[in-house]
Design a binder for this molecule. Structure first.
Ligand code: PLP
Length: 426
């Protein structure tokens, strides 16, 4: 019987502990696992049998989380890792190589822009930034060396939704995998695989854990991409020397990417999620749908209230009827447009700085997707090294404040914004 989302967010990947009967997933704070005998050890090391060897690769608590996120996203398998940024490297690692490129959306989390535009160049990888509302520009950016297409579902800094159906159709025609960062939507609001995504990545640091307690990431594989259709993905289709010439795609089929991620990615890059963090994330996911419903309800109400406020020039929330992306919300994330949006203050830079200082319930932090409401003035913090032109392009102009709406009482959040807007104007 196929279960619903609310059931799966609690039960997927969890079963009574085989050793003790413990009902909740135990924290296996453990490094190594005893082999039954030499033959068992050899089978594990040959990838002929699935089991636990060493926690850099696999750990029972982390495995439960992997199964849960894979189930919620409708994927074949998942690899958890130490952060959202680690997940992006883990997703690209089997696909890329020196001289290869990935075509990415200009609308991305600030840290992802830095990772893609600066750091990955040291691996000889290139990211080509394109406006993902311009299909021709995406097609033009793709060449013989392109190995993936990357975007966010609901995208930073909030208020934008990518047309995943259009982008995945384009990726299909080019024979390339589409990687979707689903951090801001979560699988409760959007399931990118149903819109044609090959891989889904998350910063579990945000809504999945939900309360600002851990750093974690994951990559979920749809299991649908044919890695052997061309010679572009030799890590998955060609013989792997470190495993006696085993071909991951031929051997593991829809689990090829997941097995490669664990047996090569985690083994050699070591971006492993610790079991304690996996436990907190499992706890968080149990209430994901309830939290996302409240996040979205509050965001719609507060964005609507701010839109009518005389001190506010503009609110960019895709959940508002005034948003140019409002129609896409109904198709891509019908249960809601998430909890992140920006507003522009008529009082400019100075009013924004006074606002963040005057807010009491909203915390001024470089984070999002917490049960607590958060605010940041990007131009004076995360984006302060950029020119004003670059700030505007990134949606972080000097008069813009980004809000991440929590699950407190909406009345209290509105009262806090009301007093802070008054003192920002004064
Ligand atoms: C936070 C975030 C990341 C990076 O995740 P970390 O866990 O901080 O490494 C990537 N993408 C999006 C959309 C994010 O919000």
């Amino acid at each position: 019987m196929a279960h619903g989302f609310d059931t799966l967010q609690i039960h997927a990947g969890a079963r009574p502990d085989p050793a003790t009967g413990a009902r909740q997933v135990p924290i296996y704070q453990t490094t190594a696992y005893v082999f039954r005998d030499a033959e068992h050890a050899a089978a594990l090391f040959n990838l002929q049998e699935v089991g636990y060897i060493y926690s850099r690769l696999t750990n029972p608590t982390v495995a439960a989380l992997q199964e849960r996120v894979a189930t919620l996203e409708g994927g074949a398998g998942a690899v958890c890792c130490s952060s959202g940024h680690a997940a992006q490297i883990m997703a690209l690692f089997p696909l890329m190589g020196p001289g290869r490129n990935v075509v990415v959306s200009t609308r991305l989390y600030g840290g992802s822009i830095t990772q893609f535009s600066q750091t990955i160049r040291r691996f000889g990888w290139e990211a080509r930034f394109v406006d993902f509302d311009d299909p021709e520009a995406i097609a033009d950016a793709i060449d013989e060396d392109t190995r993936a297409i990357f975007c966010e579902s609901i995208a930073n800094p909030g208020g934008y939704v990518t047309d995943l159906d259009a982008v995945s159709a384009l990726a299909d025609r080019a024979g390339l995998p589409l990687i979707v960062d689903n951090t801001l939507a979560t699988p409760y609001l959007c399931r990118p695989i149903e819109h044609g995504a090959t891989l889904v990545v998350h910063s579990m640091t945000k809504f999945l854990t939900g309360n600002g307690t851990v750093t974690g990431g994951c990559v979920i594989d749809s299991g649908r991409f044919d890695w052997s259709a061309s010679d572009k993905f030799p890590s998955l289709s060609a013989p792997e020397p470190a495993y006696h010439g085993l071909r991951f795609h031929e051997t593991f089929g829809p689990l090829a990417f997941t097995f490669h991620g664990i047996a090569v990615g985690l083994r050699d890059l070591g971006m492993t999620l610790n079991p304690q963090a996996a436990h907190y994330t499992l706890m968080g996911i149990e209430t994901l749908s309830l939290r996302m419903q409240r996040h979205c309800e509050n965001a719609v109400r507060i964005a609507g209230w701010l839109e009518d406020h005389p001190a506010v020039a503009e609110v960019t929330y895709a959940g508002l009827p005034s948003s140019p992306w409002h129609d896409r919300v109904a198709r891509i994330c019908p249960k809601g447009a998430g909890a992140l949006f920006t507003m522009r203050l008529k009082g400019g830079y100075d009013a924004c700085v006074r606002l963040v200082d005057a807010l009491e319930l909203f915390s001024h932090v470089a984070n999002l997707g917490d049960t607590r409401s958060l605010v940041i003035h990007s131009a004076s913090t995360t984006h302060r090294q950029l020119s004003e032109q670059q700030q505007v392009a990134a949606g972080a102009a000097p008069d813009v404040v980004r809000l991440s709406i929590g699950i407190e009482d909406a009345e209290d959040l509105i009262a806090d914004l009301d007093q802070a807007l008054a003192s920002a104007a004064g």
